[in-house]
Design a protein around this ligand. Structure first.
Ligand code: AMP
Ligand code: GLY
Length: 423
């Protein structure tokens, strides 16, 4: 098969690396990819949201399957674009329909879906510009901290957690009246605060049945001890040690099964990944968000633990025969540490030459924000490399990653030295 993968991050390098292990994969194209995917596949410099260009490439290269990494093309309807065009409707797209992608694209849609399917989640109300004063009154009925969520995609910045009532009311006005997050905050979800430890669960579905991928926990803050600004993720471990068999059963029965049944009941066309963000409150799991793609850097620890052929699994998803496929998970732990550009998640410099890649032993280096300059890999983004290792437990895996990180260098490189500290 000729496969086209859309995206350019560490997630995509990890997916490319795995798909290339499949005997079913002939030629892999990545659009636009990075220096890591350039070394193993064919990068094509087109944007994943330029659907006409994606179509042209698919026809030119006889593509047999499109795998979508990031949420943007899904929320913009790449699945439906293929399905509704007779020239390309025979090419399966791994990802949900545009309707299903609202689970990530609209917080309100996700909350309605959760409530309708009796899936445990924080109590909520949603408000618009017209009902902003009711929103302020609703906040008075809640206890601090106050959780405000812009309805739409806001590049990971749309959730505010505030201690002070007056500040929360002011921020609600900023979001609804002053369009703090533009279109994304024309609606705002106000939610009950859930106090607990976070983890994520990953599911593959063909819209009828599902397979559970390993759990993971990511570290979102830039600073050690989970301090400082939010980032896309500074590291991750899989599995999550506190998610024991009993807790996993609760996740599967109370959350995963009703989610897939909800797709069936509502005719949601969904052949893709479901990434469920959870909080463990006491001993019970609650959903804080759905994403309709894999996480980054979670992919860099979850996918290396899949022993089965990912392309075969994707084929089964496209054909709705996922229940018949072989699905085996590696019992070892995996951990990844992100190396980022100094200054990230605020301003940072690009174009720094990366050295030491050839010296790494016993870890896998997935490229994120990198590009080729001549024959050199140079930095081109905030998150630059994800260094993944296996171990008997997460501590052993993390130790190996840190040992290899000592061999890697670029100017102003930064990373957290405490991934897994809270486990
Ligand atoms: P979200 O984009 O919905 O995942 O929210 C971003 C982050 O805000 C989450 O990863 C949590 O750390 C936090 N968060 C979101 N909703 C809640 C909630 N109801 N209670 C506590 N923390 C929350
Ligand atoms: N690491 C969080 C995400 O991919 O959304």
């Amino acid at each position: 098969m000729n496969i086209l993968l859309l995206g350019s991050g560490g997630r995509e390098h990890a997916l490319a690396h795995k798909m290339l292990q499949s005997p079913l994969c002939n030629t892999l194209f990545v659009a636009p990819g990075n220096a890591g995917t350039a070394a193993i596949a064919n990068n094509v410099n087109i944007s994943p949201t330029d659907f006409e260009a994606v179509k042209k490439l698919a026809l030119q290269e006889n593509i047999n399957m499109v795998v979508v990494g990031p949420e943007d093309p899904l929320v913009k309807g790449v699945y439906d674009f293929f399905k509704n065009d007779a020239q390309i409707s025979n090419i399966p797209v791994i990802g949900p329909s545009q309707y299903g992608a609202q689970l990530e694209g609209s917080k309100e849609f996700a909350k309605k879906f959760l409530v309708k399917n009796n899936i445990p989640t924080a109590a909520y109300e949603s408000f618009t510009k017209e009902t902003v004063e009711q929103g302020c009154k609703f906040l008075e009925t809640l206890k601090a901290p106050y959780v405000l969520k812009a309805d739409g995609l806001a590049a990971g910045k749309g959730v505010l957690i505030l201690q002070d009532l007056a500040e929360a009311q002011q921020e609600l006005r900023n979001m609804l009246v002053d369009e703090k997050f533009g279109q994304a905050s024309t609606k705002v979800v106000i939610e009950e605060f859930l106090d607990g430890i976070e983890l994520s669960c990953f599911v593959l579905t063909d819209g009828k049945s599902y397979k559970l991928l390993p759990t993971a926990k990511d570290y979102k803050r830039i600073g050690e001890g989970d301090k400082g600004l939010n980032t896309g993720g500074m590291g991750a471990v899989s599995p999550v040690p506190f998610a024991d068999a009993e807790f996993m059963q609760k996740i599967e029965e109370r959350i995963v099964k009703p989610t897939i049944q909800g797709f069936v009941n509502d005719n949601i066309d969904y052949k893709g990944f479901v990434f469920i963000g959870l909080i463990k409150v006491g001993n019970d799991p609650f959903v804080i968000e759905y994403n309709v793609r894999m996480g980054d850097p979670e992919t860099e620890v979850v996918i290396p633990r899949l022993k089965s052929d990912l392309v075969e699994v994707f084929n089964a998803m496209a054909n709705q025969t996922l229940d018949t496929v072989d699905f085996e998970i590696d019992s070892r732990s995996a951990a990844t540490v992100m190396l980022v550009s100094g200054g990230y998640p605020e301003d940072y410099e690009k174009g720094k030459v990366i050295t030491g890649l050839d010296a790494v032993e016993g870890s896998i280096v997935f490229h994120a924000g990198t590009t080729l300059s001549g024959t050199d890999a140079v930095t081109s983004g905030g998150r630059v490399l994800a260094v993944t290792s296996y171990g008997e437990d997460f501590k052993e895996a993390i130790k190996k990653s840190y040992q290899n990180i000592d061999k890697l260098h670029f100017d102003k490189m930064y990373y957290r030295k405490d991934i897994g500290f809270d486990l």
